[in-house]
Design a protein around this ligand. Structure first.
Ligand code: ARG
Length: 496
């Protein structure tokens, strides 16, 4: 349709190669809304007659009702296909005016902005749901004692809720990146035209408001050439998926028979064709794998735009399916993770047993030596280290099983002036629960700290929930208004 200069038809393979029609189905709906707003604006600035506008809106309405009226075989993208239909339906005298003061270059980025704007809201809502489930589970597990790990080796005593809250905090940041980005995405590029604006007195703010945008991407080169905000989106999603992959990995490890801390519900577990005993955490493994694909996609997007000259270049078309895929993958992963967290079974006794049999209490004992005996931490570290060595040499027995002679031997050996009885008293009192009560520093797994963190997070969550729903309401109100204007124009009486 656009081959005004060249008389020759495009080679069929080249045509297929160029086509973005399959991925454009995702933006069909936005493209129609954009055209409605654009034509209403063209009418209001006096560029279309009411009769033209009505015919165009009528044709667009037909596409809305049944998109199968579109010929998607002979046009290279959805913009061309819709315009061709409008011209066929409304006649060239009216329909041929729809593309006045517009180009596919500002049109496509308008559609992408509307789509990503919705995606951000949907993804934020899915994150909110997941954080909510984490907070609920954390609330039930404030006193679920378990060992914490560094280098995957037992480190300190902690609680299960502390881990859940740590995922929640990371997810808050993941959400905030998207939440802030929304402000950059929610600006209208429409009216930038091909690259340099138009000589027709279009009203860019009018279309922006009709489409629920919060302002303009002003510079016409910037509006049509830049994709930085979408790369930021892809990057925020990749980072979010990395958070999910950490959760996935922790859950995979803790659900092994050897750990046995948690059980993934049957409805989220896979079986084996050969081994009847198997219950595999495949969905978690796939989340892990998808986090890798996201990283790859992000790098692909960065590489695609690197060194592109200013102005629209067809390379940009290839960003679309990658973006769509990244949104879908993220949304699916968040939903799966939410269901999985909600239905997670926690083996509290198993966790407690692991904590009880653990030398992860060592740090707390050393700190009590500092607090109660007033010795330097470095000396306390030495005493407890020697104690661990002794317990390990006696077949990994618990500290509480050490005899007085053992403790005396340890102290003599390192020339410590501590009394065995004093040390044994500290050890006896240092149950896992006690160690948590003593851990009073801000942000520690102390049960009171957990309480504060949970109620703070719930309040924070309510703020984001309200913010996202306000944004959704703004978009819905704008589209509602656009729908009413469209209807009014369709029903308006033309003078002739
Ligand atoms: N299908 C194109 C895309 O997705 C639309 C813009 C085409 N513009 C152009 N000048 N060829 O990016």
């Amino acid at each position: 349709m656009y081959r005004s200069r060249s008389g020759t038809e495009l080679d069929r393979y080249a045509f297929k190669f160029l086509s973005s029609i399959s991925e454009d189905s995702v933006i069909l709906h936005y493209d129609i809304l954009g055209s409605e707003a654009h034509c209403i604006m063209l009418y209001e600035v006096g560029f279309l007659t009411l009769a033209d506008l009505k015919k165009i809106l009528q044709a667009l309405d037909e596409v809305k009702i049944n998109s199968r009226v579109l010929d998607t075989d002979d046009y290279e993208d959805i913009h061309e296909s819709i315009e061709a239909f409008v011209i066929k339906d409304a006649g060239n005298d009216s329909g041929g005016k729809m593309h006045t003061a517009r180009s596919r270059n500002d049109q496509v980025i308008l559609d992408i902005r509307m789509k990503v704007r919705d995606d951000i809201n949907d993804i934020c809502n899915a994150i909110i749901d997941l954080i909510n489930s984490l907070l609920e589970k954390a609330n039930e597990n404030k006193e679920t004692v378990m060992p914490m790990y560094t280098h995957l080796q037992q480190a300190q005593i902690g609680t299960f809720s502390h881990f859940l809250l740590s995922y929640g905090d990371a997810l808050f940041r993941d959400m905030d990146r998207l939440y802030v980005l929304y402000g950059r995405i929610n600006k209208s590029p429409l009216g930038a035209c091909a690259i340099g604006g138009s000589s027709i007195s279009i009203d860019r703010m009018k279309t922006a408001v009709l489409l629920g945008f919060d302002g303009l991407i002003k510079n016409s080169v910037d509006a049509t050439s830049s994709r930085d905000s979408f790369i930021e989106f892809a990057s925020a999603l990749s980072i979010l998926m990395i958070t999910l992959s950490r959760m996935a990995e922790d859950f995979i490890i803790w659900s092994t028979f050897e750990f046995g801390y948690i059980d993934v519900a049957d409805k989220y577990s896979s079986t084996s064709s050969a081994m009847p005993q198997k219950k595999n955490p495949d969905v978690l493994e796939l989340i892990r794998a998808k986090a890798a694909l996201m990283t790859g996609n992000l790098v692909a997007m960065l590489s695609t735009v690197k060194s592109l000259p200013s102005g629209y270049n067809r390379d940009l078309q290839d960003l679309k399916p990658t973006l769509w895929k990244m949104s879908t993958t993220t949304l699916e992963s968040l939903k799966i993770m939410n269901g999985l967290v909600k239905s997670l079974y926690i083996h509290r006794e198993k966790m407690l047993e692991a904590a009880r049999n653990s030398y992860a209490i060592s740090f707390d004992i050393a700190e009590q030596l500092v607090v109660q005996m007033g010795i330097p931490f470095r000396s306390a570290h030495k005493v407890v280290g020697a104690l661990v060595e002794k317990a390990v040499s006696k077949n990994n027995i618990a500290f509480t099983m050490l005899q007085k002679e053992d403790v005396e031997a340890v102290l003599n050996n390192i020339k410590s002036s501590l009394q065995a009885e004093e040390l044994m008293q500290i050890i006896r009192e240092m149950t896992p629960i006690r160690s948590l009560e003593l851990r009073i520093s801000s942000g520690s797994p102390n049960p009171k700290e957990q309480d504060t963190a949970i109620s703070f997070s719930y309040r924070k969550l309510a703020g984001y929930r309200e913010g996202v729903s306000k944004r959704k309401r703004c978009i819905a109100a704008a589209f509602d208004n656009l729908g009413k204007s469209t209807k009014n124009y369709l029903n308006a009486k033309t003078s002739s």
